[in-house]
Write a protein of this length. Sequence first.
Length: 94
Amino acid sequence: MPRWLAHLFVVLGWLVTPVLTWGASYAGLWLGALVATRFSRPLTMLVVAGLGAALLGFAALWTWVRFMRRLPHLLSHHMAPRPSQEYTAVAAAD
């Protein structure tokens, strides 16, 4: 695998988490708003829509974390080196 492609995969992997949770919270807000239209009080509508967004956003984040824990090789590419390993990582790169 070319080095530039490996770096691209690392960057895309870092971007997947916020995009995934944002998309899930948006879908949760949309579904919560559909359910909230059955209520008459605006505050109740906002609370129901917000709970839908929070529920789906956290569910997506929880699912992603469980997925990444099952693939430690993938997770190791997204982690910063520990302070004790920084100098060895820099020396290995030179």
